[in-house]
Design a protein around this ligand. Structure first.
Ligand SMILES: NC(=O)c1ccc[n+]([C@@H]2O[C@H](COP(=O)([O-])OP(=O)(O)OC[C@H]3O[C@@H](n4cnc5c(N)ncnc54)[C@H](OP(=O)(O)O)[C@@H]3O)[C@@H](O)[C@H]2O)c1
Length: 254
């Protein structure tokens, strides 16, 4: 049966690959992000590539509660339910160039607040808004963390924000388990071909990241999409409250 699949951050990168995977399966996919032009283009391209059902685009800043509630209202009216919720919205806001005159404390405040909003609030607010729309039993929630939650991220703010998602996922899995809904986290290592590094990843840094893997290659958005898709399948029905790392073994490091 065709499922209603909502993917935050579905306009680009990993979220887009997840959207492609579900759309090829005949599911009704809704991609959510802040930039309407990006979402519309992605939705049109995936649909044109052979999706059985037209992919829908919904623009919203998910770090704002009112926006998450607006997304809920639209989904409720249009579909009446959500079968799969994938949270790919996020990124490392500490990669943004700080204002020239910012003090170290002001920079830290911007990094920690920015990463909390981008990674924690986008996930928590949409989840809380959609909680009672989730199909039960059988609903699926998948959060996107990062290898940074295990290895750090430079300033710590991105890693800390991703790490905060882990206990949230455990609590959510406990709260929703009785309704037959699973909640899991996928924590990727370095994934090439997304907007994450804003085109500013140096060849040297990329070599380092690939060198940390045990299989000697960068991850792809499709690597992550396959894992998310499986976690959302009936075959993974007894897996909940777990964090699955997709990183070619890089957490072990070299
Ligand atoms: N690439 C990697 O190496 C890597 C590794 C580990 C984890 N991750 C995580 O994987 C997820 C996907 O990242 P990616 O690599 O695919 O990067 P990406 O291409 O930059 O995707 C991030 C998406 O999140 C959306 N987004 C950001 N803030 C949002 C907000 N406030 N409201 C709604 N949407 C928002 C962005 O769209 P708009 O700008 O249009 O809103 C964008 O489509 C992120 O959570 C990232 O932290 C990535």
């Amino acid at each position: 049966m065709s499922r209603v699949v909502v993917i935050s951050g579905g306009g680009t990168g990993i979220g887009r690959a997840v959207a492609e995977k579900f759309a090829r399966d005949g599911d009704q996919v809704v991609v959510v992000g802040r930039r309407p032009d990006v979402l519309d283009r992605t939705a049109a391209e995936i649909t044109a590539a052979g999706a059985e059902v037209k992919v829908a685009a919904l623009a919203a800043d998910l770090a704002e509660a009112t926006e998450a509630d607006r997304v809920r209202d639209v989904l409720s009216e249009r579909y009446g339910r959500v079968d799969v919720l994938v949270h790919s919205a996020g990124g490392n806001t500490a990669l943004d160039v700080p204002p020239a005159q910012a003090s170290p404390a002001e920079q830290a405040a911007a990094h920690w607040t920015g990463n909390f909003r981008a990674n924690v609030l986008t996930t928590v607010l949409l989840t809380e808004s959609l909680r009672d729309l989730l199909t039960a039993p059988g609903g699926r929630i998948v959060l996107l963390s990062s290898i940074a939650a295990y290895r750090g991220s430079g300033s710590g703010s991105y890693a800390g924000a991703k790490a905060a998602l882990h206990p949230y996922a455990y609590d959510l899995a406990a709260a929703l388990g009785g309704r037959g809904i699973t909640v899991n986290v996928v924590a990727p290592g370095y994934i090439a071909g997304t907007e994450f590094f804003r085109g500013a990843l140096s060849p040297e840094r990329e070599r380092t990241l690939v060198g940390q893997t045990l299989n000697g290659r960068a991850g792809t958005p499709q690597d992550v999409a396959e894992t998310v898709h499986w976690l959302a399948s009936p075959a993974a029905g007894h897996i909940t409250g777990q964090i699955l790392q997709v990183n070619g073994g890089a957490e072990r490091g070299r």
